[in-house]
Design a protein around this ligand. Sequence first.
Ligand SMILES: [Zn+2]
Length: 227
Amino acid sequence: MNPDVTRQIAALRQTVAGLHRELTRYNLVAWTSGNVSARVPGQDLLVIKPSGVDYDDLTADTMVLCDLNGVVVDGGGSPSSDTAAHAYVYRAMPEVGGVVHTHSGYATAWAARGEAIPCWLTAQADEFGGEIPIGPFALIGGDDIGKGIVSTLAGHRSPAVLMRNHGVFTVGKDARAAVKAAVMCEDVARTAHLARALGQPLPIAPADIDSLYDRYQNVYGQRPASG
Ligand SMILES: [Zn+2]
């Protein structure tokens, strides 16, 4: 392998291992659930968490390098059981450089009811550009989860999808952006839950959602405006 690509993979192993600490820091995961992956730019490769390893034991060396069909290229252990879903997203969405999956509590409670999170908060308009949508029920294993993620996100500006009865998948231009979307998704889900528990939250006019989204995306430049 070209030495530049080897260096790039080594750096991504470090980045992806480190980003898993954000999942525990924000209480998005229990036990070994949840995972972060990153695309190796310009290569048909991804770096992802190993399956069933304690969060305290995740290091750069334990991360697994796979091709975009989820086949292991380099790594001692088996990759996350969600690797097929991550790989499908990278194959179908060339603009995506990072994918995150969690069962974070408030967001997954909306997923359990099959209910999209309406846009009741300016912070949600900023980050998600509208509702956080629900994806279909899908069993782990083949491409069904990946297909559900991609087909749902195709109709929304949101970088997060709530897969029905399952949990959250987020995408970003890189792994850090996908982790940020996972953190913000849980924050929005929690506030929306609390607001509705006390009454009927007020809607935001669609034109105001558009304006908030456009301004935030341009000011902060986290993703292309079409993302
Ligand atoms: Zn899951």
